[in-house]
Design a protein around this ligand. Structure first.
Ligand code: GTP
Ligand code: SPV
Ligand code: MN
Length: 623
C-alpha cells in the first residue's frame, strides 16, 4: 500500500537512526512533516553526500559532467532570486524599512503556512542541520539552523554551502536556539511566476527566527542557510543583540611576501558585481610573485569587535561558493576554474550541457561557443541543433547560471579560513557597476563619511535578481535585497559597531569601481579582474602612509604615478578618466542622494552631517 504521510514510528526511527537527539529540533521536524504531508523524512549531512549524489543521478535530477562534477537545470521560470516576493515579517511595525518589504508576521505566517499544507505530499522531506560559522566562533550561537527541504538537489547544495550534520544541533546549550527554515518547492509550473497571480512567498519571520520559503528551488530562494539566514536573519540578530553586523561582503587577505605583512579587506558589491572574482584574484603577472591574495569569503561576512585588541574581526559564515558562471575563463578567473576541476564534486546549474560528451559551457567560457553543436543543449534543455532561426542568437547558458563548490576546493583558500576568531579588518570597500562618475578608487578616512558612502552605493542591478537587470538604483552597502530592519537603525548600528574599534585599529573605507565605461564606444576603461589588486595595494599604502594621494570632496584618489601599473596596458586618457572627479556629475548625484537618504526614518545626524560636508565641498569645486 502506498503511504501518503510519514507514519510517526517511521519518523522517530529516521531521527533515531541519524542520531538526532535535540528534542526541540525533533519537535520542529514532527510538526512540519505532518503539516507538509511529506511521505518520508530523512536527516542528511556531509557524510550522506556521496549517496545523495548517486540517488540524484539515478533519478535523473542531476547529470554527470566529468569526474565528480554534476549538472542540474532548474525550472525555466525559476532562475534567480525574486525580490518582489521576498518579505521580512515581524510583530513590530517599527521594523518596517524602505527595502525590507516588511509585513506583519500575524498576516504572513498563517498565509505561507497554509500554502505549505500538504504541499510536499509524496515527497521526501530532507532535514539539514547546519552551522553558518567556523565551529567555535563567538558568533556560532547565531549560526545554528535546520533547513527542511523537499528537494534533494537543494540538500546537495546545502551540503556544499554550509557545514551540515547533526553534530551542529545535538549539544546546544539552549536546545531551542536554532533558526527554523522550511523550504517547500511547490508546483513550479503552476505558481504564476512574475504575473499578478504569483503564488511564491519568501518570508523571514525575523523576530521568531523562522524562515518560510515557498515556490522555488533556486539559489537564495531555496538554500536557506545562505541569504535568508546568513544575511537577513543574521543582520536582524546582530542588531537586536547589538553584537555584530552581517553583510553581503567578500573577505580577502593580501600578503606582501617581501615584508611578510598581510592585510585583510572586506567589502560589499551588489549581487553579480565582482565579489567572487575579487576574492579569487591572482596577482597580475606584471607584479611578479610579490603579492598573494587569499580567499576567506566571497558573499557574506559577519563583523564584530574583539575587545581584547579593540579591532573589528570578520568571519565568513559559509562553507562554499555559489558563483556566477558567465565570463569565467582562464584569463578572467583561473582560480574559479580550479575550484570546479574534476574531483571537486561541483554542481553546475543552468549552464549549457552536452549530453554526449558531458561537457559544460557558458557565455565567456571561450570566445565563441563550441563549433560542433552535436549533443549540446542550452540551459532550458533545448538542443542547439534544433533551435529556430529566431533563437539562434540567444545565450546557451542563463546569465545567472552558477557553480556550487566547497571552500576547500578554492585554490587560493586561506590557510586559516576556519579560524573561529576570524581575521582583523584593515579596510572596508564598497563598489558596484557604475558606468560613469565613480573613479577607480577613492579612500575615506572618516567613519561617518565611510558609512554614508556605503549607504549611498548606487549601481546597475544585475541578472542575479528577476526583472531588474541594468536598472540604476541605490543599493545600501549592497544589502538592498537582504535588508531586514529599518535603514535608519541600520546606519546607527554600523556607526556603533565600527565606531567601537580603537582609533588606531579602525578600518579605512574606500569606494571602488571596476566598471567605468567610455561614453562613446562603451569599452571598460579599466581592465578589471586581476588588475584590481593594484587599486587595493594603493589603499594599503595610503593607510600606512607610504603614499599621500590627492584629496577630493569624495575621498582621496591616487596621485599620478602612485598606482603601480607595471606590466599593465591602459591608455593615458582612460587612466586619467578613472582617476578624476567630474564635478558636474557629482553635483547632480548629490541631489539624488538627498532624496535617497530622506526616505530613511531616523537616519543618524552624523550621516546627514557627512552628506552636507561632502555636498558643500563638491559645490565649492571649480567646474
Ligand atoms: P553574487 O554571487 O551574485 O553576490 O555575485 P558577485 O558579486 O560575487 O559577482 P561575481 O564575482 O560572480 O561577478 C559577476 C560578473 O561580473 C561575472 O560575470 C564576472 O565575470 C564579472 N566581473 C567580475 N569582476 C569584474 C571586473 O573587474 N571587470 C569586469 N568587466 N567584469 C567583472
Ligand atoms: C546573490 O544574488 O547575491 C547571490 C546569489 O549571492 S543567491 O544565493 O541566489 O542570492
Ligand atoms: Mn551575493
Amino acid at each position: 500500500m502506498m503511504k501518503t504521510r510519514t507514519d510517526s514510528a517511521d519518523l522517530e526511527s529516521a531521527l533515531d537512526r541519524a542520531g538526532l537527539i535535540n528534542p526541540a529540533v525533533r519537535d520542529f521536524v514532527r510538526y512540519w512533516a505532518d503539516h507538509t504531508g511529506a511521505s518520508r523524512v530523512e536527516v542528511v549531512g556531509a557524510t550522506d553526500d556521496a549517496r545523495l549524489v548517486r540517488e540524484s543521478l539515478a533519478a535523473g535530477e542531476i547529470q554527470p559532467a566529468g569526474e565528480d562534477r554534476y549538472y542540474a537545470r532548474s525550472y525555466a521560470k525559476d532562475t534567480a532570486r525574486s525580490e518582489e516576493r521576498t518579505i521580512v515579517a515581524t510583530a513590530r511595525p517599527g521594523d518596517k524599512g524602505v527595502y525590507n518589504n516588511w509585513h506583519p508576521s500575524g498576516e504572513l505566517r498563517p498565509l505561507v503556512t497554509e500554502l505549505m499544507r500538504d504541499a510536499s505530499a509524496g515527497k521526501t522531506m530532507y532535514v539539514v542541520p547546519y552551522l553558518m560559522a567556523p565551529p567555535g566562533s563567538p558568533l556560532a550561537p547565531y549560526a545554528v539552523g535546520v533547513e527542511l527541504t523537499d528537494h534533494r538537489t537543494v540538500a546537495l547544495h546545502m551540503i556544499r554551502m554550509a557545514r551540515c550534520g547533526v553534530e551542529y544541533v545535538n549539544d546546544l546549550p539552549e536546545p531551542g536556539r536554532f533558526v527554523r527554515g522550511v523550504h517547500v518547492t511547490g508546483d513550479l509550473p503552476n505558481l504564476g511566476q512574475g504575473t499578478p497571480d504569483d503564488q511564491r512567498y519568501f518570508v523571514t519571520v525575523a523576530d521568531e527566527r523562522t524562515i518560510l520559503h515557498y515556490g522555488s528551488s533556486y539559489g537564495g530562494n531555496a538554500l536557506l542557510g545562505k541569504i535568508a539566514h546568513g544575511l537577513r536573519q543574521a543582520s536582524y540578530d546582530g542588531w537586536v543583540s547589538q553584537e555584530f553586523l552581517a553583510e553581503q561582503f567578500m573577505l580577502i587577505g593580501i600578503t606582501d611576501k617581501q615584508t611578510g605583512r598581510t592585510w585583510h579587506i572586506c567589502g560589499g558589491f551588489p549581487s553579480a558585481s565582482g565579489k567572487t572574482n575579487l576574492a579569487m584574484m591572482l596577482a597580475p603577472d606584471g607584479l611578479g610573485d610579490r603579492y598573494h591574495v587569499s580567499f576567506y569569503g566571497d558573499d557574506i561576512a559577519w563583523l564584530q569587535l574583539d575587545p581584547s585588541d579593540g579591532r573589528i574581526y570578520a568571519i565568513n559564515p559559509e562553507f562554499g561558493v555559489f558563483g556566477v558562471a558567465k565570463d569565467t575563463n582562464e584569463v578572467t578567473n583561473p582560480t574559479a576554474l580550479g575550484s570546479v576541476a574534476p574531483g571537486t564534486g561541483v554542481l553546475f546549474t543552468n549552464v549549457a550541457y552536452n549530453d554526449l560528451t558531458r561537457e559544460v559551457w557558458w557565455e565567456g567560457r571561450t570566445p565563441a561557443p563550441p563549433a560542433d553543436v552535436t549533443g549540446w543543449r542550452d540551459w532550458t534543455g533545448q538542443l542547439i541543433s534544433e533551435r529556430s532561426a529566431d533563437d539562434a542568437g540567444k545565450p546557451w547558458a542563463h546569465p545567472n547560471s552558477r557553480f556550487t563548490t566547497t571552500l576547500a576546493n578554492v585554490p587560493n583558500i586561506a590557510a586559516d579560513f576556519e579560524n573561529p576568531r576570524g581575521v582583523p579588518i584593515d579596510a572596508i570597500i564598497f563598489g558596484g557597476r557604475t558606468r560613469d562618475r565613480e573613479p577607480l578608487i577613492r579612500a575615506i578616512t572618516d567613519l561617518a563619511e565611510g558609512v554614508y558612502d556605503g549607504l549611498t552605493l548606487g549601481a546597475e542591478a544585475t541578472f542575479a535578481a528577476e526583472g531588474v537587470e541594468g536598472q540604476l538604483r541605490y543599493d545600501p552597502m549592497s544589502m538592498r535585497p537582504f535588508m531586514s530592519y529599518s535603514e535608519g537603525a541600520y546606519a546607527a548600528h554600523w556607526l556603533r559597531i565600527i565606531g567601537s574599534a580603537a582609533e588606531a585599529g579602525r578600518p579605512i573605507f574606500a569606494h571602488v569601481n571596476w566598471f567605468q565605461r567610455d561614453s562613446e564606444d562603451g569599452h571598460f576603461l579599466w581592465p578589471g579582474y586581476r588588475d584590481n589588486l593594484r587599486a587595493l595595494l594603493w589603499l594599503m599604502q595610503l593607510k600606512e602612509g607610504s603614499v599621500q594621494g590627492v584629496p577630493t570632496p569624495v575621498g582621496i584618489v591616487p596621485a599620478a604615478g602612485e598606482l603601480d601599473l607595471e606590466g599593465m596596458s591602459i591608455s593615458a586618457a582612460d587612466l586619467e578618466k578613472v582617476l578624476s572627479i567630474d564635478a558636474q556629475r557629482w553635483r547632480e548625484e548629490m541631489t539624488h542622494r538627498e532624496r535617497h537618504l530622506a526616505q530613511f526614518d531616523g537616519l543618524p545626524e552624523e550621516i546627514w552631517a557627512a552628506h552636507r560636508r561632502v555636498a558643500a565641498a563638491i559645490d565649492a569645486l571649480p567646474d
